[in-house]
Design a protein around this ligand. Sequence first.
Ligand code: 5MM
Length: 351
Amino acid sequence: MLKCLEEIAQKLVTPGQGILAADESDNTIKKNFDSIAIKSTQQSRRDYREMLFREKKAIQEYISGIILFDETIRQKAADGTPLIELISSADAIPGIKVDRGTKLLTSSDIEKITEGLDGLRERLVEYYEMGARFAKWRAVITITDLKPTRYCINVNAHALARYAYLCQEVGLVPIVEPEVLMDSEHAFHDINRCYEVTASTLRVTFEHLIDAGVSLDSIVLKANMVTSGRLCVKQACSEEVAELTVRCLKTNVPSIVPGIAFLSGGQNEVLATERLSLMNQISNLPWNLTFSYGRALQATALATWAGSKVNVLAAQKAFSYRAKMNSLATFGKWNADIEVGLSSFAQKLNP
Ligand code: 5MM
């Protein structure tokens, strides 16, 4: 069983490939659809995700795994094919978000705890039987002058460790995602404060994973980059983000972990790609560094699709293009000259 888990974890972080986070909860996808004036219904969510999953060539080449929401893993495409089969037939690994979202910690008006441990073992078995081979649980840590508290980091790390152990027990690779938010309404912090909080969060998370008996060679860490907060007046440049992120990870993430797949966290598509590429230009990294982007893989594709069948081809090309740019970034081979921009790309599509 463990040999197989190791192989799945390795495949998820194969150089040249990364993960598509398509597990937006109903609230999040509604906000995304609001931005293109589309009503979020079971069918519109299905149509949008089917459009992405049918971009077979791009998925085969650039995407190692796709994280699904509970509704999606049960859905069928318009022609009756289960959506999960579209993913498997493109040689990508289906994954599933298993946390049940965040709630306020009782002692705090800002800090959150991620829920979903009750009945988790049984749900994981069901997802495995449905074909999922990895899972995801996201904890969120908010920075203010006085936060996060040690208590918040601890309870979230504890939940991540219990989740990760249960996943491995049933044959799912756990993606462990302790996200230090860069885009909260409180995010006035500078990059050094982000470094400090990310370092403590990772240190405590790995202490809990080790105490719980989680096999660290069979997980994927989904980490935030070390950046300035969205509202910080002086934004750190990409070179500094890359350098501090790698330094923070080297100090706090054991080298036995096969790979780290970054979240984009509100960075725009090009910045998220540029920073991943810069990190992969740094030599002697003990783990593979790749992407597990939601917004930074989908933003242009979503806007291009705009809920209309006539835009499906162009939206798929936009998704494919972004996936390719990030694939190059996993080799440290992306640069601004290659990033020709979607306008000229779209012109080539519709000359
Ligand atoms: C795709 O979004 C995921 C689900 O978020 P919600 O439960 O809030 O709807 C989210 O966990 C995502 O995987 C990570 O935040 C990374 O996505 P971004 O957009 O930051 O790359």
